[in-house]
Design a protein around this ligand. Sequence first.
Ligand code: ZN
Length: 311
Amino acid sequence: MKFRRVFNRAAFGLLSMTAVLFSTPERALAAELRAVASFSILGDLVRQVGGSRVMVETLIGPDADVHAFSPTPADAGKLADAQIVVINGLGLEGWIERLVKASKTRAPVVVATAGVTTIADADDHAGHGHDHGSAIDPHAWQNVANVKIYVDNIRVGLARAAPEDAAYFADNAARYTAALDALDRDVRAAIEALPPERRKVITTHNAFGYFAKAYGMAFIAPQGVSSDTEPSARQVGAIIRQIRRENVPAVFLENMSDSRLIARIAKEGGAKIGGTVFSDALSPADGPAATYTAMMRHNVREFVDALAPPR
Ligand code: ZN
């Protein structure tokens, strides 16, 4: 852990031991619970519930691909120092068991999705370089109602690890759950305000199954296009035909950077090109999706901007 390393180095230096003890952050943080969350979205949820009593580290930070992660010895070190570990479960962190074993951590592992009603993974998943290694779709956080379950599991886990702060965690969880209720209402209202025939996008993200089911929007995978590689001109032709055939108002192709091909899709398909949406990771702190609620509000704004009928 960072602070402990700083402390040790100082203690071996010329500073007096007493001065160090009373001046290092280690001292101030001594009473905080050290939590490790597997990825950025979960890290935010643990922070919301843990407040000032919990110090949260994440293994997979903002803007990082949760599916392409492979743990390092430093990650094992984080777990070794943790007093509680929070994971999504549903096969998202296929590496967690081995990492826990390697780290020799004694921290309890809280599965945030325990009790969530799951849905099956999209059929086309495996073919899109986004294979989750299980038949269950792990992206349960894309339905706000599920995140209330995450929050309750986190609250219970934190209260077990630090019973003296149980009431504080419960207060935070209640306040945050009210914010989630408001978010859920807003998302629902925003999508419902769209004409039903316009509630569909083509996207290379296949992470929105729970969102689709909860809020009544269709996410159509582009046929014959991998989410890993940029579509070729020939594949763009197929996307354009698909847009016309299925009357899709908007396309979110976050792995496309060739502006000429994007312009061709917009012109020939007659579809709007959507902005950036976040599915599996938050943005950095200065970005548009620095927290879970900011992420959901940002995504819905992008969907509505692209799908609202032209005036
Ligand atoms: Zn994913």
